[in-house]
Design a binder for this molecule. Structure first.
Ligand SMILES: [Zn+2]
Ligand SMILES: [Zn+2]
Length: 267
């Protein structure tokens, strides 16, 4: 990742882990180079996330080309204005592919209300249905919409495997997710100075319901906040998470690897 304003490689992890949520196509480095840097620090797999039909298709192509890549397909809530059944049918077709391991990112975004709430809800319910029909995990984007996301999941009946990507709830919400068997995926913002409520949520999240992600190219963790992000920077996030959970880094990595395989596997 040299010469691209990217930070240096962090120390290698003691146990291999994976990146549960990244956008390989948005990182301005060839995918092969992103994967090589990630592997060098112990990130041996990544789930690349679709946000519309073209990026969902691209994700499935990358998953075909690279062993280490798995795909998730969906229409991002910000891109659901006027969503039709035909689009949902296309997502369902992609979701059925063997290296597509999740339907997402879908959900509700009340922070960036680019799409009308009615369309976001229709899309979210449609994606929940696709996840259940195809037996894939559901990857949720929840931005300032906690109550409605939890309510819609309960109304529709959640799929067996649900992941809250870039978990942004507080300790109370983490307890609700824990009780319902949902998995909470923490991103680089858990390392930010002002993110104590997120660290409080991480503290109460059960060790076997936690994942880690970059959401690359966004949300680079401290000490590289504000720089471009990529999967190889996950060790910074994991080291902070191990401190918060008061567990050995190796134990945290082992737990996350197992939860990852349970959620997106078998690899
Ligand atoms: Zn998101
Ligand atoms: Zn994302």
């Amino acid at each position: 990742m040299a010469g691209k304003a990217f930070p240096p490689l962090p120390e290698r992890l003691p146990v291999d882990v994976f990146d549960s949520h990244c956008h390989l196509d948005l990182v301005e480095v060839p995918v092969s180079e992103q994967l090589a840097s990630a592997k060098a620090v112990g990130i041996t797999r990544v789930v690349t996330i679709g946000v519309d039909l073209p990026t969902s298709r691209l994700g499935t192509e990358l998953a075909e080309e690279f062993d280490a890549v798995y795909a998730a397909v969906a229409m991002h809530p910000n891109d659901t204005t006027g969503i039709t059944d035909a689009v949902l049918d296309d997502i369902a077709d992609l979701a059925a592919l063997p290296k597509v391991r999740a339907v997402g990112e879908t959900g509700l975004d009340y922070y960036r209300d680019w799409a009308p709430k009615a369309d976001q809800h229709r899309s979210f319910r449609g994606h929940i249905d696709i996840a259940k029909r195809t037996g894939k995990a559901l990857v949720i984007h929840d931005r300032e919409a906690h109550d409605d996301v939890l309510r819609v999941l309960a109304e529709e009946g959640a799929p067996d495997r649900v992941v809250f990507h870039c978990f942004s709830g507080d300790a109370g919400m983490a307890r609700v997710c824990a009780d319902r068997g949902y998995v909470m995926s923490f991103a680089g913002n858990v390392t930010f100075k002002n993110a104590q409520p997120l660290r409080d949520a991480l503290e109460v999240a059960p060790l076997d319901q936690i994942l880690v992600e970059t959401d690359a190219p966004f949300l680079a963790p401290v000490p590289n906040r504000g720089k471009p992000n990529a999967s190889y920077l996950i060790p910074h996030t994991l080291r902070l998470m191990a401190e918060v959970k008061q567990v050995d880094l190796a134990d945290l990595c082992t737990a996350i690897a197992a939860t990852g395989e349970r959620t997106f596997g078998p690899w």
